[in-house]
Design a protein around this ligand. Structure first.
Ligand SMILES: Cc1cc2nc3c(=O)[nH]c(=O)nc-3n(C[C@H](O)[C@H](O)[C@H](O)COP(=O)(O)O)c2cc1C
Length: 187
């Protein structure tokens, strides 16, 4: 089988599409889209957030943020959060039509329309590497994405994955295997 080298471009791996939300100086919700991030420890999330992002100002001043997962149902508004900046568009968040509720455990807004929200306290931000590390203090799930067993049902929840190479969003959902079990047949 022939393989093609494309250079050091690891960001072609499909990545989860995260929405970071916070409150700005005036107490209004602000939010941005980020794909360079993920769970880095049991109770820790790490996201690369460029230092000029408007949302970062709120995150650092409040010491808190919420990470939601963009989903199929809200793809347009989520993409908008990645291409417009609150630095130059004061009503950016309002234009999404999203509603918010203050998170129960941190001083940051949960976006009501996004059913999966991770509430985080800022652990550190490094302006040189742009690495934002958050301590996960709570996860809240909209009951509409839960199955009868109380777990997240991917028949009901359709998070996006980002494909840089084709510049598209993909929908996650189809079950194709069982973790810790399928490999046992080769043990
Ligand atoms: C698909 C996609 C992925 C992105 N990933 C990141 C990221 O990981 N980190 C980052 O700082 N910006 C990322 N951005 C850019 C920000 O979302 C964008 O600059 C946004 O306008 C910032 O908004 P704000 O200035 O209102 O905070 C991404 C944008 C898109 C469309």
């Amino acid at each position: 089988m022939a393989r093609k080298n494309i250079g050091a471009k690891p960001y072609i791996m499909p990545m989860p599409v995260l929405i970071l939300s916070s409150y700005d100086e005036g107490g209004k919700p602000c939010a941005m889209l980020a794909v360079w991030g993920g769970i880095s420890h049991e109770k820790e999330i790490t996201v690369t957030v460029a230092s000029q992002r408007n949302t970062l100002k709120g995150i650092l001043s409040k010491g808190a943020f919420v990470v939601s997962m963009a989903d199929v149902e809200n793809a347009v508004a989520c993409d908008f959060l990645g291409i417009a900046s609150g630095n130059s568009m004061p009503d950016k968040f309002g234009r999404t039509g999203f509603h918010t509720t203050k998170a129960e455990f941190v001083d940051a807004p949960v976006i009501d329309e996004l059913p999966f929200a991770v509430e985080c306290r800022v652990k550190s931000y490094d302006a040189a590497s742009w690495r934002l590390v958050g301590e996960i203090v709570n996860v809240s799930l909209d009951e509409r994405i839960l199955g009868e067993d109380g777990k997240v049902s991917f028949a009901k929840f359709h998070p996006l994955a980002f494909d840089w190479m084709n510049k598209i969003y993909l929908s996650l959902g189809e079950k194709v295997g069982n973790v810790y079990r399928d490999g046992l047949q080769l043990k």
